[in-house]
Ligand binder design. Structure first.
Ligand code: SF4
Ligand code: SF4
Length: 348
């Protein structure tokens, strides 16, 4: 049975220095080598991502122990400044993460990746941001939320989806077939220039307009996701709701298994400002339930299970979040990523 520590607080009275102090003995279990803090920096218009002032004392504490300590993320798959490393860092700085070096693990375009072998049921290797290889310890700070596709966004999703390269993210979503909307495409050629497989060509739509559009050759496409990121018109369509949901939760768990392999890890779930949708949403969101506190564990399955149990599973099954949170956790336990049984110990 895994141990999950509970620090009871709400976002108004939360003292992050106090949390960092009580976490210090747990940091002692981490190596004193190179440490990365994985977190989501939020989008420009969001405001419920983890507050920088909550993260800074934890960073400072780890930085004192480690040879090197950084904030770590990967590029995203969807259209956003966070789709590129340089503009992702700009958003992070604008959102207040100015106190530490930031590393975007999968490089400027999200295609710098390392392949990690795992013993999964779906994958035997996963594609992660290559800079992850530089860190022997990972502290995962997660703003726990609901999520339309995966039921909830917890520690497993933060590292599984969050540290996959662009191709890895495509793979988790089921290697769907990308299509280009000829109504939106202005035939600028950006995607053609950035496709590593020469899978995109521009052709004339013919009579009556003779206007041009881009098209993807499915046989050549390897699902790297570059065309999604570079298209200025958001013309590359991702069919999120078709093939993507089936198996998404299981795939996320398998990617998470690759992230923790041969690495010291600690998972810190913030059950504060708990929103229905994740921090990728580029607008303000209202919490759908009360603040609870912070849960901490060396076991990513136990910390997510405890988070769901404390919030109340039924709250994750309301209309906007119709995916049961169970599948991700059951699969994670099946592939021996952690345990769903846990014991709670108070940190207050
Ligand atoms: S996802 Fe496919 S079409 Fe798009 S850039 Fe990558 S290989 Fe080319
Ligand atoms: S980048 Fe977008 S707008 Fe430009 S050619 Fe490709 S699909 Fe069309």
């Amino acid at each position: 049975m895994s141990i999950v520590y509970f620090f009871e607080t709400d976002s108004e009275s939360f003292d992050p220095k106090e949390l960092a102090d009580v976490l210090e003995p747990l940091f002692g279990e981490l190596s004193d080598g190179k440490t990365a803090l994985k977190l989501h920096f939020g989008e420009r218009k969001g405001d419920t991502y983890l507050k920088p002032r909550w993260v800074e004392p934890i960073y400072n504490s780890l930085d004192r122990k480690s040879k090197e300590c950084v904030l770590l993320e990967c590029t995203v798959l969807y259209k956003s400044p966070r789709a590129f490393a340089s503009t992702h860092k700009e958003v992070a700085r604008e959102n207040g993460f100015t106190f530490a070096p930031i590393v975007i693990a999968d490089g400027e375009r999200g295609n710098d990746e390392t392949e990690v072998e795992i013993e999964g049921e779906i994958f035997d290797r996963v594609k992660l941001g290559s800079s992850l290889d530089n860190y022997d310890s990972l502290v995962v700070l997660t703003h726990f939320t609901g999520h339309l596709g995966s039921g909830f966004g917890g520690a497993l999703k933060n590292i599984g989806m969050g540290l996959g390269s662009k191709a890895g993210k495509m793979e988790m979503h089921g290697n769907f077939d990308l299509k280009i909307s000829s109504n939106k495409c202005v035939a600028c050629g950006e995607c053609v220039d950035h496709c590593p497989e020469e899978a995109i060509s521009i052709f004339s739509k013919g009579f009556p307009t003779n206007s041009k559009t881009a098209s993807i050759d499915k046989e050549k496409c390897v699902g790297c996701g570059s065309c999604i990121a570079v298209c200025p018109e958001e013309a590359v369509k991702i069919p999120w709701a078709s093939r993507s949901r089936r198996g998404l939760q299981e795939r996320i768990s398998e990617y998470a298994k690759g992230v923790v392999k041969n690495r010291n890890t600690l998972f810190v779930n913030f059950l504060l400002n708990i929103t229905k949708k994740c921090d990728c949403v580029n607008k303000k969101q209202e919490p759908f339930t009360d603040d609870i506190g912070v849960l901490v564990s060396e076991d990513p399955v136990a910390v997510d299970q405890a988070s769901i149990d404390i919030i109340g599973k039924s709250k994750f099954m309301i209309s906007e979040m119709m995916v049961s949170p169970d599948r991700q956790l059951k699969h994670a336990e099946k592939i021996e990523l952690g345990e769903r049984e846990y014991e709670i110990r108070s940190l207050n």
